[in-house]
Ligand binder design. Structure first.
Ligand code: GUN
Length: 296
């Protein structure tokens, strides 16, 4: 294994947690204990794991946290009522509605009801607009975590051709917008590819930084990657495996075959994964500070 090529997320997340802890102490000294409420509707096994990790991390850092578990058949109206209560509760600073939601619930409508000041995902249209216009209120968690990885490992972004595969509202689109920001840790030339892109491999082969975020196991093959590229794998695909759990986690990149060609690559698991929660904690503290008129 070419160990020095691996962009591991854990040391980057630890670096973020140090900053988060400092900011948290500052807030606590002013009498504010940030609180995040996570809402999970239904029984999706992967979502359950993510949600419990979020609560554990809050507790470990000394923040308040609550998880609202709702049955799969919860009416949309009930979910909107719960969100309205959280919006109106000054003791609660951050609201995260875990996605995906069951089919009978209109995701866009729900995300519109989360007060933008408490939106720790950067999903509300006001916050998406602020990001796109270059004045972000909060940063989208996974894309911001990817920027932190590139910063930590001193990989320049400015002027590079960054190619994002996937146009989801969670990763692809906000990632493209972060890479386009006018600052030294962005200023990339950005191409976004998706399921209807013609000659996808022709585009990926021109990437200096290739970000795979379309949720298809081992989709990016070695012949789709330029020699010396930096590859970020956002994929978390469960595939059947002959082990105790019955499944294994694999990324969107064919890691073993791509590794010899690249300058650097994030592993799955252990790459981008640890960053999402670290950035979520950071966002929760930042919004709690803003809601209390405190500069941290
Ligand atoms: N589901 C998968 N990733 C995320 C995320 O970052 N935020 C929310 N709210 N749901 C998700």
């Amino acid at each position: 294994m070419e160990e020095n090529k691996l962009l591991k997320g854990k040391p980057v997340a630890e670096y973020i947690y140090k900053q988060v802890t400092d900011k948290l102490n500052l807030l606590k000294n002013k009498g504010v204990v940030p609180k995040l409420t996570v809402i999970l509707v239904g029984n999706d096994p992967a979502s359950k794991v993510y949600v419990s990790r979020k609560e554990k991390t809050c507790k470990k850092l000394g923040m308040d946290s609550e998880t609202v578990y709702l049955p799969e058949d919860t009416p949309e109206e009930r979910l909107l009522e719960i969100i309205a209560d959280l919006n109106n509760n000054p003791r609660n600073h951050g609201i995260l509605v875990q996605l995906p939601l069951p089919e009978h619930i209109d995701e866009n409508k729900v995300l519109l009801h989360v007060h933008p000041d408490k939106d720790v995902d950067c999903f509300h249209p006001r916050n998406v607009g602020m990001l796109v216009s270059g004045n972000p209120y909060v940063l989208p968690c996974t894309p911001a975590g990817i920027i932190e990885i590139l910063k930590f490992y001193e990989i320049p972004i400015q002027g590079k051709h960054a190619v994002v595969i996937g146009r989801s509202n969670i990763v692809g689109k906000p990632m493209a917008n972060l890479l386009l920001q006018k600052n030294e840790h962005a200023n990339a030339t950005v191409t976004v590819l998706h399921s209807r892109t013609v000659d996808l491999a022709g585009h990926t082969r021109r990437a200096d930084i290739l970000i795979a975020a379309m949720g298809r196991a081992k989709f990016v093959k070695a012949d789709m990657v330029k020699n010396g590229a930096v590859v970020i794998d956002v994929g978390m695909n469960r595939v059947d495996a002959d082990n105790e759990r019955g499944y294994a986690l694999v990324g969107d990149v064919d890691f073993e075959n791509v590794l010899p060609k690249v300058k650097a690559i994030t592993p799955v698991p252990g790459g981008v994964g640890p960053m999402t929660i670290a950035m979520l904690m950071n966002n929760t503290i930042n919004v709690a500070a803003k809601q209390n008129g405190i500069t941290i």
